[in-house]
Each structure stands twice: as C-alpha cells, then as structure tokens.
Design a protein around this ligand. Structure first.
Ligand code: GLN
Length: 192
C-alpha cells in the first residue's frame, strides 16, 4: 500500500511518520506526477487558503480532483476544508465531498482544545478501542453533510466533526498529532 501526503504546507511530516510506523509506503506529493501509483492521499492540517493557492500554483487542482474520483482521500482540519464543497469564502476548494464547513468555528488559536469522542466507525479497526482523543487546533466545523456524505463523529452538543463519503474522509481534528493510529489504519482500509 502506497499513500501520498500532500506536502505543500502544514503538518505532512507527522502523517508520514504514522503511516511509516503502521507499515505503509509513503510519498510526499508536490506535483501532479507524484500522484501516480498511489493508493490513497492524505491532505494535512495547516492553512487551507495557503494549501489551495499552492495547489493552484503547482497545477494540482485537476489531478487531485481526478484522483479523488477513484481513490481514497482523507483531509484533516485544513485538509477537510480543502476537500469540501463550500467554505463560505472565496478560496480554492477541491469540492469533492458534499460537506459545508465553517472555518475557525471555535474561535481563535487560544480557543483550541482537546476532547474524547465516541467514534463507532473505528471499531472496524479495533473492536476493543475506547474513546478517541481528538485535538482541535483552530478547527473548522462540518456544518452540514449532504447527499452521500455520512456523519462519523459529533461533539457532545451534536456539532459534526468527522464525515465520510465512500472513499473520502474528513476530520476537523488532527489524528496525526496523537499516538493513536486507529484513524490512519481506518484510512488504509478505505484505500485498500
Ligand atoms: N484554521 C485553519 C484553516 O481555516 C485550519 C487549522 C488547522 O488545520 N489546524 O484553514
């Protein structure tokens, strides 16, 4: 299994470290040709406007959209925004997932937080696994999930923080910043 990580900006190195630890081959993706022969792609956290502008500058938009038609893509935080159909601001989006997001929905950087979530889908990779410790850093909310997209995780108050649409995955939080590799293993199953 070979998984690419979009390496234009953000915490791609952390994703690559976890992927290696769980036995996947990895590829930093900066140019369209880097997508060849990949089974899946992760778009990391960072700053979604910057990632989008760089993807335009590096001529990646069409190739990424095409890749996402057939293969698995997972966006964490800024990556989830970049995957969405609508972020209510003018910025380059892949528009692959039928989700609308609200950027910086919890406020400024100081309002970043961590919380334990119940994520039933992760039982697929670890039936004994308990709550999932999620790290939110100036995170977006998934405001709505439409058409084929499904909710994977909610906060206690019902607000949506993870969604899946077939082989596409979006999380408002950062599994790459924890030691818990369940989400990465879940993604490898989607890519496989
Ligand atoms: N606030 C960033 C954005 O809107 C996302 C932050 C993150 O990826 N941790 O793009």
């Amino acid at each position: 299994m070979k998984i690419g990580v979009l390496a234009l900006q953000g915490d791609f190195a952390e994703h690559i470290a976890i992927l290696k630890r769980i036995g996947a081959d990895t590829q930093e993706v900066r140019l369209p040709g880097h997508l060849d022969a990949l089974d899946g792609l992760i778009i990391p956290g960072g700053e979604s406007t910057t990632i989008g502008k760089m993807a335009v500058a590096y001529n990646l938009m069409d190739s990424l959209r095409q890749f996402g038609q057939e293969k698995a893509i997972w966006g964490t935080c800024a990556g989830a925004i970049f995957l969405s159909r609508d972020a209510r601001r003018p910025q380059p989006l892949l528009e692959l997932m039928d989700i609308s997001v609200e950027r910086n929905a919890f406020g400024r950087q100081v309002a970043s937080f961590e919380v334990d979530l119940e994520i039933p889908a992760l039982q697929k990779v670890d039936p004994q696994g308990g709550l999932y410790h999620a790290i939110f850093i100036r995170a977006p909310l998934i405001e709505s999930v439409e058409k084929e997209a499904q909710i994977l995780a909610k906060l206690e108050d019902g607000r949506i923080v993870a969604a899946q649409q077939g082989h596409l995955l979006a999380t408002s939080f950062h599994p790459e910043l924890t030691q818990d590799d369940r989400f990465h293993r879940y993604f490898l199953e989607l890519a496989g």
